[in-house]
Design a protein around this ligand. Sequence first.
Ligand SMILES: CC(C)(COP(=O)(O)OP(=O)(O)OC[C@H]1O[C@@H](n2cnc3c(N)ncnc32)[C@H](O)[C@@H]1OP(=O)(O)O)[C@@H](O)C(=O)NCCC(=O)NCCS
Length: 213
Amino acid sequence: MEKMPYREGLETQTRPAIREHVVSSDWRTGLPVLSAGSVVLRDLRASDAPSLFALLTTEEVARFISPPPTTVEGFERFIAWTHREREAGRYACFAVTLKDYDTAIGIFQVRDLATGFDMAEWGFAIGSQFWGTGVFETSANLVLEFTFNTIGVRRLEARAAVKNGRGHGALMKVGAVQEGVLRQSFEKDGRYLDQVLFAILAKDWRGQRPRVH
Ligand SMILES: CC(C)(COP(=O)(O)OP(=O)(O)OC[C@H]1O[C@@H](n2cnc3c(N)ncnc32)[C@H](O)[C@@H]1OP(=O)(O)O)[C@@H](O)C(=O)NCCC(=O)NCCS
């Protein structure tokens, strides 16, 4: 999701959790550790703030996503917010780490689209030093398995700025299908950008399940 739902200053607001859809509940008290190949995904920790600040605030990473927090303390508040949203059952955010290198190098977010997690939206960002290394694809396949099999999502959406070709390539290689263009749907630096809407259906993912390396 290029529009990260977190905003500085929103931490004190509360929304009722929607729980019409029956989902596995234990992930709400703590995300499972997911691993494949060289990748380990886990819950965020406050101590991840410095590395996420260093890696996710660079121009090339932040170009097409909502402005990330601008300080280490801002990332600490974001991480605390992710835990509260998870406990409310409407959001999950994994830290991307590497085996034998327990430093957060990116994040994957999945949020309920106010449907009791029948439909959700995901988004991701990884430090540019790790682009093109396979970390994205391995992580994405782990998150897809969690989203469809553990949370029970039926339809998973993503929005990517039309100009974010790398984001499009990343989404398509894990099975996302382009469905249309959302005109002027994303405000970035005072300008409205068009976004492509992508989606993956659980039934399609089960039919052509990607191999986790
Ligand atoms: C999105 C992101 C996590 C993907 O990770 P990554 O390691 O760069 O992804 P990969 O290299 O595995 O896959 C990207 C694919 O897009 C392709 N690609 C690169 N530029 C492209 C372009 N302009 N148009 C189309 N495809 C492009 C790459 O060749 C690659 O495909 P390949 O592996 O078949 O060669 C990472 O680029 C990132 O953090 N970007 C900034 C944050 C962001 O934009 N997030 C929102 C994404 S919707």
